[in-house]
Ligand binder design. Structure first.
Ligand SMILES: Cc1cc2nc3c(=O)[nH]c(=O)nc-3n(C[C@H](O)[C@H](O)[C@H](O)COP(=O)(O)OP(=O)(O)OC[C@H]3O[C@@H](n4cnc5c(N)ncnc54)[C@H](O)[C@@H]3O)c2cc1C
Length: 284
């Protein structure tokens, strides 16, 4: 289907983009890589009066080493994330997850910030960002604020970004030396997960000293499997202990039921995928 008619603006600075958002209110829609927005417009699920393209704003992409954190520009593409050595070294969980996101064409256009701002509960970037305790840098006309991942994802397709604000960057605390794995369960290749688990662990001498586990598509937002994290801490990274800890992966979740599987099936999947993800993370 062809999208409804809209005006188009391509600002060259964040300030100019914010002024356009303030001027047009809920008539304006931001476009980054367009890999989620364009299908929405084509299906006429949204019909903005003006589309504000972030593609010509300099300085919104790239990965910067800021000491204890990596700062990722919102317009950094999935393909750039996949090939970035800083991300691979200090936030390997993102590298592992982005490898499974869609296909090469979509990774070439789609952006890290766009995927997180879209807040699809089945999106592959949310759970790793949550597990790594990412911080979201959000710009508005009154200044810049930072929101922790635990407050960023509000509901289905809803984040802490206000209508007149822009996500400009994401700060990823370094997890250097941590093992990481993203276990994604799909029916067909290059699709959103039925369930996926993002796990990163710090292990010393075969013992897990710290663990972070994020769940994809187990509720209306990405979730942390905190019971699993606690159960793993201080335990040997053996099949038996990881299996026991992973048994509580679905605690406190509210997975959807749809044509790909009902909620009980997803709860079961979460335990199986958590076991696999943690064992792989601990082994690598
Ligand atoms: C066939 C297909 C398969 C896919 N498979 C997967 C998959 O397996 N896993 C997965 O996670 N995703 C998948 N996607 C989605 C893809 O990852 C998108 O790249 C991503 O969701 C959105 O990034 P984008 O830059 O294209 O954002 P856009 O589509 O441009 O924008 C998405 C939304 O975020 C808002 N937005 C974008 N940037 C900002 C910003 N800086 N500040 C404020 N708001 C902003 C837009 O207004 C819009 O509402 C798939 C897409 C397609 C078409």
């Amino acid at each position: 289907m062809i999208p409804a008619q809209f005006d188009y603006a391509a600002p060259t600075s964040v300030e100019e983009a914010l002024a356009l958002l303030a001027e047009h209110g809920d008539e304006a829609k931001v476009i980054a890589g367009g890999q989620s927005l364009l299908p929405v417009l084509r299906m006429r699920l949204n019909a903005p009066g003006i589309v504000v393209d972030l593609g010509r704003i300099e300085g919104l992409s790239g990965v910067r080493d800021d000491g204890d954190v990596l700062t990722v520009g919102a317009m950094t593409t999935h393909a750039e994330m996949l090939g970035n050595p800083l991300v691979a070294e200090h936030a390997a969980l993102v590298t592992k997850a982005v490898h499974h996101l869609a296909d090469a064409q979509i990774r070439h256009r789609g952006t890290f910030g766009g995927a997180l701002a879209h807040a699809d509960p089945a999106g592959d970037m949310g759970a790793p960002a949550l597990a790594l305790d990412a911080e979201f840098v959000i710009a508005g006309q009154s200044g810049v604020r930072t929101v922790p991942a635990s407050d960023f994802f509000v509901d289905l397709f809803e984040t802490a970004i206000g209508e007149d604000e822009l996500l400009v960057g994401v700060r990823l605390p370094k997890h250097t030396g941590w093992g990481a794995h993203y276990e994604k369960f799909v029916r067909v290749a290059h699709q959103w997960p039925i369930v996926a688990v993002a796990a990163t662990v710090k292990a010393e001498g075969g013992t897990i000293t710290e663990a972070r586990v994020g769940l994809t598509n187990m509720g209306s937002t990405p979730l942390r499997a905190t019971a699993v994290e606690q159960a793993l801490t201080g335990q040997p990274a053996t099949e038996e202990t990881v299996r026991a800890a992973a048994a509580s992966a679905a605690d406190g979740t509210a997975p959807p039921s749809d044509l790909n599987g009902d909620s009980d099936y997803r709860r079961h999947l979460a335990t199986v995928l958590t076991r696999r993800a943690v064992l792989a993370a601990a082994g690598g």
